[in-house]
Design a protein around this ligand. Structure first.
Ligand code: GLA
Length: 380
């Protein structure tokens, strides 16, 4: 990303660029462990090179001015004013500011311009990148002293309390903790995490974006979470992490068919993450891939967060001999994540593009995955 553009935009909109600081926070991929974070389970994400960058300068007032370059839109609000911006998009930033202040950070008025290259609605978590970028930048700028895990919780709380998506912690966590060349296994119950170097010799990871817009706000995402909480409550456990297969079977008639299917997926996903961890110790990428396909099946049939276009892409991947393929992220559109042998890569990409175009009238967009560092300050 060309950070100079941010300075030009700062000049143009706020008339000064000398004392600005610039921060960057990435979007993410997730190898496996989908819809497990809010169920106290494991996730296996990595930060990507695409992200959001913000340039900020304190303005000596109580007012916050924002210019979102990609949207070509601006807004302002006064600190301590509890009137949320009307435009939903700005509530992510407003929410971060409020949540930082609620944790004692003395945020003062500032001007900020930001832009990004995480495709919106692709399931790569552009919103967490935005939240994490502002959370880290403001915490540094105003000496908040909060650690990165707390900053991740700030972003998550912004999303819960100001946007209305009851997301888990995965996206904000990885945006702030990513490391170049490593995936991270996070235990969402204990908060413990471990870096796993990711250099699958002979394989590539690639995202294929169906361009079906994934919008978690107002999507059935929150319904899925409610189903899981319902089953957990009946099982007498805090989250599904602590629900056994036996207990779920025992409750089958009580929970209802739909919630049973949701919980069945979540329990299965816990086992699949474990199988992937074992396989990775042995560099057994064929097993990793098999588990990815199984995850897709669960997400499509039991959790019901896929869509026709995505199922089509996964089937094409299977036909092309791709090792593993599945829908990634919250669902309802967005990208598939694919683990592909080097020698099959070109054919897979060409076939997926052509077949998808033939059926849906436009080509999917392809992003090779480069596992990158988490949020950081950008040196001028
Ligand atoms: C979205 C949420 C995450 C997680 C995923 C599904 O990206 O923000 O917390 O629940 O969906 O794994």
């Amino acid at each position: 990303m060309d950070y100079n553009i941010l300075n030009e935009e700062m000049d143009l909109h706020f008339g000064r660029n000398k004392e600005t600081v610039t921060y960057f926070a990435p979007g993410r991929i997730n190898l496996i462990g989908e819809h497990t974070d809010y169920n106290g389970g494991f996730v296996f994400p990595g930060a990507v090179e695409q992200g959001i960058a913000v340039s900020i300068v304190p303005n000596g007032t109580k007012r916050v001015h924002l210019w979102a370059k990609d949207l070509q839109q601006s807004t302002w609000f006064d600190l301590g004013d509890n009137k949320m911006p009307e435009n939903m998009h700005f509530r992510y930033v407003y929410g971060v500011v409020c949540e930082l202040m609620a944790r004692g950070v003395k945020v003062k008025g500032f001007d900020a311009v930001y832009m990004g290259d995480v495709p919106l609605g692709a399931g790569m978590s552009s919103s967490a990148a935005l939240e994490s970028c502002f959370a880290l930048a403001l915490n540094d700028l105003f000496d908040g002293g909060l650690d990165r895990m707390t900053l991740a919780r700030v972003g998550q709380a912004a999303e819960h309390n100001y946007v209305g998506t009851m997301c888990g912690i995965m996206d904000q966590f990885i945006s702030l903790h990513g490391r170049e060349g490593s995936l991270v296994r996070l235990d969402c119950r204990s908060g413990e995490y471990e870096y796993f170097p990711w250099h699958p010799k002979g394989y590539k990871l690639v995202l294929v974006n169906s361009c079906v817009k994934h919008e978690l706000v107002g999507s059935p995402y929150n319904d899925r979470r409610r189903s899981c909480e319902h089953v957990a409550q009946l099982a007498g456990v805090e989250t599904l992490r602590d629900c056994t297969w036996e207990k779920l079977e025992e409750l089958k008639s009580q929970v209802g068919e739909e919630d049973y299917k949701r919980a069945k997926y979540v329990l299965g996903e816990y086992d699949r993450v474990m199988a992937v961890c074992d396989a990775l110790q042995k560099d057994d990428y064929e097993t990793v891939g098999k588990q990815m396909y199984l995850t897709h099946e669960g997400l499509s049939k039991d959790y019901e967060v896929s869509c026709e276009e995505i199922d089509f892409l996964v089937e094409e991947a299977r036909r092309c001999g791709v090792t593993g393929s599945r829908i990634m992220g919250g669902g309802f559109g967005g990208c598939t994540i694919n683990l592909v042998k080097d020698e099959l890569y070109d054919n897979f990409i060409a076939t997926a593009k052509a077949k998808f175009n033939e059926k849906y009238g436009h080509e999917p967009v392809v992003y090779p995955v480069i596992i990158s560092d988490g949020a950081h300050k950008c040196e001028a």
